[in-house]
Design a protein around this ligand. Structure first.
Ligand code: HOZ
Length: 426
């Protein structure tokens, strides 16, 4: 496969942009080689700057649950843009979007829109501190919640792929207030809460971990967190930036039946445009300015073009059969890959939920960051390159999710499995 133009662009980009990328996970650091530069996308496919086509399982790292350039979403964004791209004042679209989110997510009575998942989690922590009057937080090893200072401690995603424990530049006082527990271990959270009674403002968790690769919650884990948070007067924050509107329309909290105090959203909620959101009960959200003393603001927050794309995406997701279709496509990919790996006698664990999965090159079950880290990164890298060479684009890191959209077809599944069979044989 000729990727001459991507190589040229990467050469130029590296002189102008750190690492040639605007987000480290895109740099292919953990798999090596030259990142593919994309030029266009349609449905389940994306085309690179050399004209090669790929079945895309990155899907912009999650937002594109309807696939690339879904016509209704594009039209909604175009129509909104033609009426003015930003006002810095309230618009009707924000009210419609807020209504959709409040109706969809069980724990949200009021919501504030921001511009990214990072802004959502950063604001949620500030809200938890303001509401409880406490400073410490508990996060999980391998949990990634964007690049807020307090959350770049033992983080997953690009941080784990770089092998960084805590980012340089994080103020030591912020890092010191962050305590790290083990995903799927209620006991590890209990120990921290008991050692720091009346000091913990919040426990923040991805209810389905997505940034150490996909790791679903063990039975009782989320329920245990809920009980502990309530017993210790801490708030439970679900970071549903990935799982929201993906594992189900109402997110992971609707699937597992556990209600957090604060929910963070991003990715899908913006329909491919930069949107994040945080929401909670009216009582908690009354802490947010201008109603309360916790300040948070943004010029482009609730941007009409992004709101229009988000509204249309959520409305399309409400149509009957959408999630059943995504779940079915995910299941066919996962079971097909499982049997191919078994036939090839290649050790692999495939963790999945509706619309997302990870192939861990690992002989043992992956239930937390320690077990995810035991995966064979070199084997993953070889598989990744063999797949891209065969026109399938998986995430360029062992610690990320493959995202399945409503646009992926039975034909895409067949072609992906054929590519995997060939890749494993080679
Ligand atoms: N944080 C994203 C992966 N979990 C990567 C974002 C990007 O590079 O676009």
């Amino acid at each position: 496969m000729d990727r001459k133009r991507s190589s040229e662009l990467f050469e130029q980009a590296q002189k102008l942009i750190p690492g040639g990328v605007n987000s480290p996970a895109r740099a292919w650091n953990s798999v090596g080689g030259v990142p593919i530069f994309f030029a266009r996308g349609q449905g389940s496919h994306a085309w690179d700057s050399d004209g090669n086509s790929y079945i895309d399982y990155v899907c912009s790292w999650g937002p594109l649950i309807l696939g690339h350039a879904r016509p209704e979403v594009i039209k909604a964004a175009q129509d909104a843009a033609a009426l003015g791209t930003s006002f810095g004042a309230p618009t009707e679209l924000e009210v419609r979007m807020a209504r959709l989110v409040v109706d969809a997510v069980p724990s949200i009575e009021m919501v504030r829109f921001v511009n990214s998942g990072t802004e959502a989690t950063m604001s949620a922590l500030r809200l938890a501190r303001a509401y409880t009057g406490r400073n410490r937080i508990i996060k999980f090893d391998g949990g990634y919640h964007g690049h807020d200072d307090a959350l770049l401690v033992k983080a997953g995603s690009g941080v784990a792929a770089q092998g960084i424990a805590t980012s340089a530049g994080v103020h030591p006082d912020y890092a010191a207030a962050t305590m790290v527990a083990d995903f799927n271990s209620v006991e590890s959270v209990k120990r921290l809460l008991e050692a720091h009674r009346d000091e913990v403002a919040a426990i923040i968790v991805e209810p389905v971990a997505g940034n150490m690769g996909v790791v679903p919650p063990a039975p009782g884990f989320l329920e245990g967190l809920r009980e502990l948070a309530t017993a210790h007067g801490a708030l439970l924050i679900f970071d549903e930036v990935i799982s929201g509107f993906r594992v189900a329309y109402g997110g992971a909290q609707s699937v597992y039946g556990v209600k957090p105090d604060i929910t963070c959203l991003g990715k899908i909620v913006g329909g491919g445009f930069p949107v994040g959101a945080y929401g909670a009960s009216e009582e908690i959200m009354r802490t947010v300015a201008p109603l309360g003393p916790m300040y948070q603001a943004g010029t482009l927050s609730g941007n009409p073009v992004a709101m229009a794309a988000g509204i249309t995406t959520l409305e399309l997701l409400k149509e009957p059969g959408v999630y059943e279709g995504i779940a079915d496509t995910t299941e066919r990919l996962v079971s097909g890959l499982r049997s191919l790996f078994a036939q090839a006698e290649a050790p692999a664990q495939i963790n999945s939920v509706c619309g997302a999965f990870t192939v861990f090159f690992n002989a043992r079950p992956v239930t937390d960051m320690a077990t995810a880290s035991a995966s064979d990164m070199d084997a993953f890298a070889r598989f990744f390159h063999a797949m891209t060479e065969r026109g399938v684009y998986p995430p360029p890191s062992q610690f990320e999710a493959w995202f399945v959209s409503a646009a992926h077809t039975a034909d895409d599944v067949e072609q992906t499995l054929a590519a995997a069979r060939d890749a494993l044989t080679s």
